[in-house]
Ligand binder design. Structure first.
Ligand code: ADP
Ligand code: MG
Length: 724
């Protein structure tokens, strides 16, 4: 085996055709549209629900699309007390039909229904009026089952999964599973499809330790899937609405399977990495000391510790994979600078990669005056062809020490003379494959990954395996606490008046506009409208920045705000990550109830960066649901990023905490870290033991474990074994 280049998965491995899938799994990887009962109308709906741009939905995708809950027959709730977000059955009378006006676009047909305690809307998209009226005749009594959602403060049930009369209720199965569905594909239709998919599920060899299964009273894999799709008793509910419902034994089993697959893949990768030597990326320390001495501040204790950790890693002849986590404003940039200095001291180059153009530019501009003799260069997707050519030439010639940039750094044409260290800022926005691509640009590249989202330990383990972690748990001296207030939007006039006074006193304000919709255009319209409105009050002092602006305009808007030419900057969430304007002291977040905790925390971190007292106004539109209220109260009560991250994890699940939704690398399909995270360490230990005993997965359990890796699509790891 050669030693260079050595990304985690060498290109020659990636190009090799995947080893044959155990034929036993073939029926599960067949297209879902081949299941009985799928016609030309249903096929595209299944794709919409479970397909991805890269591949059509498969039988296994249906099997892994577990019901979100189940509902016991005759457990009829009352309209006023039915919980939001959970499946319920309500006994109601039909009061009114509100079909969409013809030509009103994709408006739904709403049906108002009531019981003795209150009323609620049933919502139907794209369904003929006559059909809705036939299902729910005016004045009739019906039992409707579905999930209640909050939309714009009102409670509604979109596409009830069942609508039956008294006789129908008596015939319902003991427990009806409720699936996350898509428009036009009902929960019941999915239930039928799942049943057909289950029929294709042959018994598989057991990959778990039988003694462990018995001790924990867990069913076999196929049995567990059947139990989840065809529940015989209602799944457990959580007492506390803010806590997720506990897992059933079947769910635990499936969660453990998935966690073991992921930990096993990581363990195989690590085993391979360990066989490759790293290089020493530290010199005599003179350059690092020189740059540190030139900083306009003394390092905090936490920064000094992190720098020492990193120096230790770089000086050792193995590859560094270290996570530097520190709350917003904790000073990660200076640590990164000293790390790059260390690599340069050893005669190598470093790359610093940021998730957005603005941030890359900002890093570059802030690092430049601190960098002493280091030769920095910026590269973004926006560079002119001639600039780009010059940069590439300088890079290859070794005339650039540290290349700062965006995704542009991954591009094939970018070749370093000798890349030794890659620093990746705000890692969770990047996919793992991107990290690999950057690693492929040098020999034994050391990695420093920086994140401002404090990651609870369980999650760090899942996601990064045994990555080493340095934490900046100390803020630079002289920071003032941020005063956080929650206010109803009804009081927006008072807020505007208050801002007027503050701006007259020289303060600078961020105004973040709400996330209205998935569509950026709608976001944009909201921001533009607020901008005009605030301009009427404050004229030229108001600026606007949003994601759709061309890059140079964005920079200009940011620069005007940083220089104080504008004093109030209306923004969509583009300022979210890392932007540093120490003079900004007020953060207004409109419709704060629509943001997640982590995002609110990030946004708030844009103020409180200087020595002046700062405040954050969270404007909400009521009435607030329980979770939204809990989030805003949490924000008001603490600035501790770790507490916020833990709470966020409980409230929303792991995909959102890591922001993996956007980057399309949701960690798990079946395991829920909130409820099954306790299994992680066991899975890790199990995986390590497996790799120690049978590194090629060749024994009988090894065979079964290969099937497990395939099933959860961690089969890239199998290629690593092959490549030994
Ligand atoms: P983040 O961790 O959010 O990336 P930054 O590195 O942007 O934080 O640092 C935030 C601000 O704090 C910057 O203006 C930086 O110059 C300043 N800073 C960093 N370290 C210190 C320190 N030890 N003492 C005082 N100010 C510091
Ligand atoms: Mg930063």
């Amino acid at each position: 085996m050669t030693d260079a280049p050595t990304p985690d998965i060498a290109p020659e491995d990636a190009a090799r055709p995947p080893p044959l899938r155990p034929s036993l799994l073939d029926p599960l990887f067949a297209p879902a549209r081949t299941l009985p009962g799928v016609g030309p109308k249903m096929a595209p709906l299944i794709e919409k629900l479970l397909g991805t741009p890269e591949r059509a939905a498969r039988v296994v995708d249906l099997l892994f699309h577990l019901p979100q809950g189940g509902i016991a027959r005759r457990m009829v709730g009352s309209v006023s007390e039915a919980p939001v977000g959970e499946p319920v059955t309500l006994g109601v009378t039909v009061v009114a039909h509100r079909p969409p006006n013809p030509g009103a676009g994709r408006r739904p047909h709403r049906v108002l229904v009531e019981d003795a305690t209150g009323d609620i809307s049933l919502v139907f998209f794209g369904m003929p009026r006559a059909r809705v009226e036939k299902m729910l005749p005016l004045g009739a009594h019906r039992y409707v089952t579905g999930r209640i959602d909050l939309w714009d403060g009102t409670r509604q049930m979109i596409h009830p999964s069942r609508i039956v009369d008294e006789a129908g209720l008596a015939e319902l199965p003991a427990v009806e599973p409720i699936y996350g569905s898509t428009e036009g594909l009902t929960s019941r239709a999915i239930s039928k499809l799942a049943a057909a998919a289950l029929d294709r599920l042959a018994p598989l060899p057991e990959w778990q330790d039988p003694a462990w299964l018995e001790r924990n009273r867990l069913p076999a894999f196929a049995e567990a899937l059947r139990a989840e799709h065809r529940p015989e008793e209602a799944p457990p509910r959580s007492e506390d609405p803010l806590q997720p419902a506990p897992s059933t034994p079947a769910r635990r089993r499936l969660a453990y399977d998935e966690l073991l697959a992921s930990q096993l893949a990581l363990a195989l990768m690590r085993a391979r990495q360990r066989r490759k030597a790293g290089r020493v990326n530290a010199g005599d320390g003179a350059l690092v000391r020189q740059i540190e001495a030139g900083l306009p501040f003394a390092l905090t204790g936490a920064q000094a510790r992190a720098v020492a950790d990193i120096r230790g890693d770089l000086a050792a002849p193995r590859r560094m994979l270290r996570l530097l986590q520190g709350d917003v404003g904790s000073g990660k940039t200076a640590v990164a600078l000293l790390a790059t200095a260390s690599a340069v001291e050893a005669g190598r180059q470093a790359a610093l990669m940021a998730p957005t153009e603005i941030l890359a530019r900002q890093h570059f501009e802030r690092l430049q005056p601190l960098a002493g003799p280091l030769r920095l260069r910026l590269m973004t997707g926006r560079d002119r062809a001639s600039e780009r050519k010059a940069t590439l030439a300088a890079l290859a010639a070794g005339e650039v020490d540290v290349l700062v940039g965006t995704h542009a750094l991954f591009q094939e044409a970018v070749a370093f003379r000798d890349l030794g260290l890659a620093v990746v800022d705000e890692q969770h926005r990047f996919g793992v494959h991107q990290r690999l691509a950057l690693g492929a640009k040098g020999e034994a590249v050391d990695f420093l990954v920086m994140t401002a989202t404090p990651i609870p330990r369980t999650l760090a383990l899942t996601f990064f395996g045994d990555m080493d972690v340095s934490t900046l748990d100390e803020k630079p001296a002289g920071r003032q606490p941020i005063r956080t207030l929650t206010l109803s939007t009804d009081r927006i006039d008072e807020v505007v008046a208050g801002l007027g006074r503050a701006m007259a006193g020289g303060e600078r304000v961020y105004w973040i506009c709400p996330l209205v919709d998935e569509s950026e255009f709608i976001d944009l319209a909201a921001a533009a409208e607020r901008f005009e409105d605030l301009q009427r009050h404050f004229g030229e002092a108001v600026g606007l920045i949003h994601g759709k602006m061309p890059g140079p305009e964005k920079d200009a808007a940011m620069a005007r705000f940083a220089a104080g030419a504008t004093k109030l900057l209306v923004s969509t969430t583009v300022v979210e990550v890392g932007v540093d304007v120490p003079e900004a002291t007020i953060m207004v977040i409109e419709h704060a109830e629509r943001f997640g905790l982590a995002q609110l925390h990030q946004l708030r971190g844009r103020v409180g960066r200087g020595s002046k007292a700062s405040s954050c106004l969270l404007l909400y539109r009521g009435p607030l649901g329980q979770v939204a209220r809990a989030r805003l109260e949490m924000m008001r009560d603490t600035e501790d990023g770790f507490r916020i991250a833990e709470a966020d994890l409980k409230l929303r699940g792991e995909g959102e905490v890591l922001g993996t939704r956007q980057s399309g690398m949701a960690a798990f399909r079946l395991a829920r870290i909130e409820t099954d995270g306790d299994l992680l360490e066991a899975a890790r230990d199990d995986a390590r033991m497996i790799v120690e005993r049978d590194p090629g997965l060749k024994g009988p359990r090894g065979e079964a474990l290969r099937a497990l890796l395939y099933l959860f699509e961690r089969d890239a790891a199998i290629r690593l074994i092959g490549a030994g």
